[in-house]
Design a protein around this ligand. Structure first.
Ligand code: NAD
Ligand code: LMR
Length: 328
């Protein structure tokens, strides 16, 4: 199994690569060939990380190679985890990058080149997870440039789902594993919509058990939508350990059959389900058959409240698409 990771010397990858090397993440028992990609100035730091990976002596790993460009790294890749990009919270040319969307022009062009390389050189059944922000629209840019519809492109919304589960577990005093069918709709941005109305905790409806719409709308919703900013404010750097956990969880959920009655979360190319604009990458509830096929779960009932929130995030994805139309 060839696993390509960009931004491999960055803070997310420092946790992500070790998580991926643990047993049981990939369905195949084949050993991993790690293909780690960085930009030239970060190669020395990457070499240091590789020494640590070697010293970890993972039984799951066959080889570790480093590259300063994606073209040489991507040949026959089974998975591509596209983490490499600039995070928000930093100051560029004297201006602080405040919103993920501010990263569109800076990071967008990375994904044209990477999309072309993946489309033409990675395996036809390659799976791609975009983590670098703004993840949904970067995935769209990559997918359009790859021109290989057999490959599965996704953007990460798993972190939002894990954050939502953690807040629900706190509120209801249950365990996160007891929460089923919690879905993130739309963009990984302050407009995302985490739905509780179709979720259940040990069979009982989550929204009804909470029984407090005011808490859902004015506490829970903004908490999940703004959690990334809350972490940047506290840490002085964007989330890394939790983002790595979520990326690894996405891979595991795609690789293995979804547990009965549950869904997992990622943004995929919209086919118009739930009235989300066709042709953007949106968060949806998904299931995997454990054999490389995932599909959108279409039986969620959306209230007026949910529909109005979903319209907003769908519109934002359309606006972002318009801003990068020259890269598509
Ligand atoms: P970081 O700055 O620590 O690491 C990013 C790495 O990417 C750096 O080492 C940099 O040299 C490398 N890089 C830049 N351009 C590259 C290119 N063209 N090819 C290969 N490597 C390249 O940042 P981080 O904290 O690891 O975050 C990475 C990205 O993930 C950011 O865009 C961040 O906003 C995003 N993120 C997304 C989510 C999510 O839920 N989708 C969560 C957290 C962070
Ligand atoms: C997050 O949600 O933590 C990441 O997308 C980083 C950010 O910029 O918020």
């Amino acid at each position: 199994m060839k696993i390509l990771i960009t931004g491999a010397a960055g803070q997310i990858s420092y946790s992500l690569v070790p998580f991926l090397c643990e047993r049981g993440i990939f369905a195949s028992k084949e050993k991993l060939d790690l293909s780690l990609v960085e930009i030239p100035p970060a190669m020395k730091k990457l070499d240091g990380f590789v020494k640590e990976l070697e010293d970890s002596a993972y039984s799951s790993v066959n080889s570790i190679n480093t590259y300063d460009n994606i073209n040489d790294a991507v040949l026959d890749a089974d998975w591509c985890l596209l983490v490499g990009s600039i995070p928000r919270g930093i100051v560029l040319n004297g201006k602080e990058i405040k919103e993920r969307a501010d990263l569109l022009q800076i990071n967008g062009s990375i994904f044209t080149e990477q999309g072309k390389a993946i489309g033409s050189k990675a395996k036809n059944n390659c799976k791609v997870l975009v983590v670098g922000n703004p993840a949904n629209t970067n995935a769209l840019i990559g997918y359009k440039n790859a021109k290989n519809p057999n490959q599965l492109w996704m953007a990460m919304t798993m972190l939002d789902a894990l954050r939502a589960k953690a807040q629900v577990a706190k509120k209801l005093g249950c365990h996160v594993d007891d929460i089923y069918r919690l879905a993130i709709f739309g963009n990984h941005s302050p407009t995302m919509f985490p739905d509780l109305e179709n979720s259940n905790v040990s069979g009982k409806n989550t929204y009804e058990q909470i029984g407090d719409h005011e808490w859902v709308e004015n506490n829970f919703l903004p908490k999940i939508q703004q959690r990334g900013a809350e972490i940047i404010d506290a840490r002085g750097a964007s989330s890394a350990s939790s983002a790595a956990r979520a990326a690894c969880d996405t891979v595991k959920n795609v690789e293995h059959k979804t547990r009965s009655g549950d869904v997992f979360n990622a943004a995929v190319l919209s086919d118009g389900s739930y009235d989300i604009a066709e042709g953007v990458f949106s968060g949806f509830p998904l299931i995997s058959d454990g054999e490389g096929n995932i599909k959108i779960v279409r039986d969620f009932n959306l209230s007026e409240f949910a529909q109005s929130k979903i319209r907003k995030t769908s519109n934002e994805l359309l606006e972002e698409r318009e801003l990068v139309k020259d890269l598509l």
